[in-house]
Design a protein around this ligand. Structure first.
Ligand code: UD1
Length: 314
């Protein structure tokens, strides 16, 4: 997002506690406040030092099974921390807010592709923690001069096509990242978490969206709010579903490495199939995805993984 805003010539600052992020991941010219969004004093300093008109809020924890074993971490880091940030925005008269929500709010959707008005029934504390933030935003927008956009992310993958940044968190659990690591020999094998789902090849189906297309959706959502757009909640996905086996085959084809794959038990909190109905985002934003192609997503992820290997060995 920082690179997207930078490329568009926007003036912005970043706050990050660097718990999973890296200082080098943002353009050098961008001011970074290292700290937590629960630090009200730091937020006041930032709002005092800069003429902030909008906040794009990505901070949070994102691992579904971890949220099942440690729910209070998620209610603290996702829900309570967001409350502090939203309150600071209201106090400082910041009217526009963009929030990273998740497809996990749907749980195990009965109708695929899933649209925004489907029942909300998260299967994990992660999904619930994000849904609670959506509800706080809804109620805040009803009470104050405050408009928000919540983007319900499907499975974010890929990396900056120019190779400037990519997913770099150690011990990441994302399927495409893990598969790329296996292809590069950073892992001995890849585990398939469940091959007994009610899907054509029995493995889980997800809608993988390229990170750069997701960033551009945020930027368009920001412009829409600036132009007077009302608060809105939208799915951010392509509407294409791929099974774990299809992703593995695609990573093997792109990398030309036949890494080892083992079937393992299901993970707690995993849905069998989640694919976006993206008609709402398509009709509300002038969004034209550039990388809606699984091999392209994988190629960018793999290129980044190779670069990261080099970075880490320095
Ligand atoms: C991801 C996001 C979550 C988002 C959700 C929306 C991450 C870490 N989490 O969760 O924030 O809300 O999408 O759909 O990106 N799998 C394996 N082996 C592995 C890793 C994964 O078989 O080593 C399988 C999983 O069981 C699942 C699929 O691959 O079926 C995707 O898993 P993962 O990349 O972890 O993302 P989600 O759990 O779907």
């Amino acid at each position: 997002m920082a690179w997207c805003l930078h490329d568009a010539g926007e003036d912005f600052v970043v706050i990050d506690n660097l718990s999973t992020g890296f200082e080098w991941a943002i353009p050098q010219s961008v001011k970074l406040y290292e700290g937590d969004i629960t630090d009200e004093k730091l937020l006041q300093t930032i709002f005092h030092n800069h003429d902030i008109t909008a906040v794009i809020h990505f901070a949070g924890s994102i691992i579904v099974p971890e949220s099942v074993s440690n729910p209070l971490k998620y209610y603290n880091n996702n829900t309570a921390a967001s409350r502090t940030l939203i309150e600071a925005c209201v106090k400082n008269n910041i009217k526009h807010f963009i929030f990273s929500s998740t497809a996990a709010v749907y749980g195990d959707p009965k109708v695929i592709p899933v649209s925004e008005d489907a029942p909300l029934s998260p299967l994990s504390p992660y999904g619930t923690s994000k849904l609670m933030t959506e509800l706080m935003l809804r109620d805040t927008a009803a009470a104050h001069d405050f408009q928000y956009t919540a983007l319900r992310y499907f499975n974010v993958a890929g990396a900056d096509p120019e190779g400037r940044t990519g997913q770099s968190t150690r011990n990441a659990t994302h399927l495409i990242k893990v598969a790329c690591e296996a292809a590069l020999g950073k892992r001995t094998h890849l585990g398939i978490f469940g091959a007994d789902f009610d899907t054509p090849d029995k493995t889980g189906i997800r809608d993988y969206i390229h990170v750069s297309d997701l960033a551009s959706a945020h930027y368009l959502a920001l412009k829409r709010l600036r132009e007077g757009g009302e608060s809105i909640v939208m799915n951010a996905g392509y509407g294409d579903g791929y099974s774990v086996l299809q992703v593995i085959d695609a990573v093997k084809a792109v990398s030309e490495v036949d890494f080892e794959v083992k079937t393992e038990p299901r993970r707690a909190g995993d849905s069998p199939k989640v694919v976006a109905d993206n008609s709402k985002i398509m009709s509300n934003l002038d969004w034209k995805p550039q990388f809606d192609d699984l091999p392209t997503i994988i190629r960018h992820a793999l290129n980044w993984e190779k670069k990261l290997q080099f970075k880490n060995s320095l």
